[in-house]
Design a protein around this ligand. Sequence first.
Ligand SMILES: CC(=O)[C@@H](O)[C@H](O)COP(=O)(O)O
Ligand SMILES: NCC(=O)COP(=O)(O)O
Length: 255
Amino acid sequence: MSNSSAHTALSVNVNKVALVRNTRHLGIPSVARAATLCLQAGAQGITVHPRPDARHIRPDDVTELSALLKAWPDREFNIEGNPFQNLMDFVRQCRPQQCTFVPDGEDQFTSDHGWNLAQDGERLRPLIQEAQSLGVRVSLFMDPVPESMALAKAVGADRVELYTETFASAFGQPNFQEVFEQFVQTGRAAAAINLGVNAGHDLNRDNLTTFLRGCPMVQEVSIGHALVADALELGYAATVQDYLRCIDAAFTTGA
Ligand SMILES: CC(=O)[C@@H](O)[C@H](O)COP(=O)(O)O
Ligand SMILES: NCC(=O)COP(=O)(O)O
């Protein structure tokens, strides 16, 4: 993946564009057009989470975006989901650059926890191997627990995605440093065993630079909800460029 930023790639999650599109039978706002505008603005990837209830991203969206991204060979397609539900069909069909295994239930409001690898690691191992045999990088959605990084590595994951909701909720709060330190230590634990690190959930223009300054090992942030909300005000291009600026600021001294 090309990365205009010093270190960390931005993957735009377009779930919420699909959510608005699904409230009428008019096909607008277009998910494909949103993705194109974000890529044209410099986003290094597109992320989708085709949940089983198709509340937002639908199978046709995944197929269309997979084809669209073929025209952007230096960008990445990341498909998220539960591999014990519908994710693997999309992985087999589309062979994205990356898939992210998320332990969500079918009717979950949103993603709100990482994997319990002591419980599920051995069941995940063959699915990780299958995805990798198709040339797809595998990232495991994980809570910020340093001790769990060794297990993620042991079951064969290429990367982990740090679930950043607790970071975002603590941002600006009295307990922030204590919460953030968990992420810093977890990122360092992963990097120490050559396990790649992604991050996502509730990241935004206010908290992103701080997060990456503390966790410079993060290779990719996937951001959707706040970015799409910002784009409703600023447009996709200006919004993506502002998020890229927030990323670059984390790696620029004195910024
Ligand atoms: C895994 C994660 O934290 C998000 O990528 C997820 O896609 C959010 O899902 P919703 O957009 O359905 O809230
Ligand atoms: N993996 C996180 C993601 O893709 C988007 O999460 P959010 O920014 O919508 O909270």
